[in-house]
Design a protein around this ligand. Structure first.
Ligand code: GLU
Length: 344
């Protein structure tokens, strides 16, 4: 093909058309560093003073977390990390963990295991619904609601509690690119008050979805929800999902690229509790929120973005994090459904 450089437009056109003819697509264009920095700064300034919402308090320790924590991190698929605000304070990962345990089980057992045992449909019910279990005897739900998530945790391979737990923590740490630990006060607070999740696990056991001890599955699930993460950790974790399962900062491959579309699809349909549809309508981004105040969102092939701010709206999603991520993604062309007509 000869030498192809920016000074040789004909050569570039030949390269592009031969790539297209070969069925390969060019890497999508990434937003500029300047555009990213400005979008982050504007969103942080715009929403810092917004004090709508309230910390979750059904897990008593969550009510005590500093409501003013507000950090945003965007990581591009080439591994550049951009941040604004408080990116060091840790909150509990809570439901965001469900995505990564889903990824682990998908890696261990293949893409058919979770649809078969749990389902991959939005339930149309609250995240800890018992009615949703009863309706279809524990089928027709998904790994991002509690019944599906505790069942997903019960499917992680390992010889006994410690082996399973270490495997989960290792996997999350590889996503974040550092050694994560459990926030013990959050874990104990939830373990003392999680009778509803214990009931959910017993029902899933009774319907044959959980093999083994349902209380062990609930406890490991409670521990996974109590892992401490800061906005930088969540940003890198999100970018790994955006980069076909390879952590763009450490280079470690964590999910088979073939399995990523299925994981992102469940995030798109069930990631933001009862507002998953509204979120997708506005942003087009697969995402997941947690009652600790974090949200991760994925612009596939471009960037991962995360924000932490503990006060939640009535549905359970962080008020500031939702608004900041939606604005930043809109400013940077993050919506994967936003395309231009093909030019003949
Ligand atoms: N550990 C929490 C629970 O099971 C997670 C809730 C959430 O973040 O949605 O209630």
């Amino acid at each position: 093909m000869g030498c192809v450089t920016g000074k040789n437009p004909l050569g570039l056109m030949v390269l592009v058309s031969s790539l297209l003819l070969s069925g390969l697509s060019l890497a999508s264009e990434l937003p500029s560093a300047e555009a990213i920095r400005s979008a982050l700064k504007q969103a942080h300034e715009r929403y810092q003073g917004l004090d709508d919402g309230a910390n979750a308090d059904y897990i008593p320790a969550l009510a005590k977390v500093d409501s003013d924590i507000f950090g945003i991190v965007l990581v591009t698929v080439d591994g550049k990390v951009y941040s604004v605000g408080d990116v060091k304070s840790e909150v509990s990962i809570q439901s965001i963990s469900k995505v990564f345990t889903m990824a682990l089980v998908t890696e261990e057992k293949g893409v058919d295991a979770l649809p078969k045992n749990v389902g991959v449909d939005a339930t149309g019910q609250v995240f800890n619904s018992i009615h949703a279990i009863e309706q279809h005897k524990g089928h027709e739900m998904n790994p991002l609601v509690n019944a599906g998530a505790i069942t997903t945790t019960s499917m992680v391979e390992g010889k006994g509690y410690n082996d399973i737990w270490n495997r989960i923590l290792r996997y999350y740490s590889d996503f974040a690119g550092r050694e994560l630990t459990v926030l013990e006060d959050i874990y104990h607070s939830e373990a003392e008050t999680n009778q509803r999740n214990q009931a959910i696990a017993h029902l899933m056991y009774a319907y044959g979805h959980i093999e083994g001890d349902p209380l062990q599955a609930t406890d490991i699930y409670t521990r996974q929800c109590s892992v401490g993460v800061n906005a930088r950790d969540l940003g890198i974790m999100a970018s790994t999902l955006a980069n076909a399962g390879v952590n763009p900062v450490t280079g470690k491959a964590l999910v088979d690229p073939e399995n990523m579309p299925e994981i992102l699809a469940v995030m798109a349909t069930a990631g933001l509790y009862d507002d998953a549809g509204k979120w997708l309508y506005r942003t087009g981004l697969p995402a997941k929120s947690g009652v600790g105040g974090g949200i991760v969102a994925v612009s596939p092939g471009k960037f991962g973005i995360a924000a932490i701010s503990p006060p939640l709206d009535e549905v359970g999603n962080s008020v500031r994090a939702q608004k900041a991520i939606a604005d930043i993604s809109a400013a940077l062309g993050g919506n994967p459904y936003q395309v231009m007509p093909y030019k003949k």
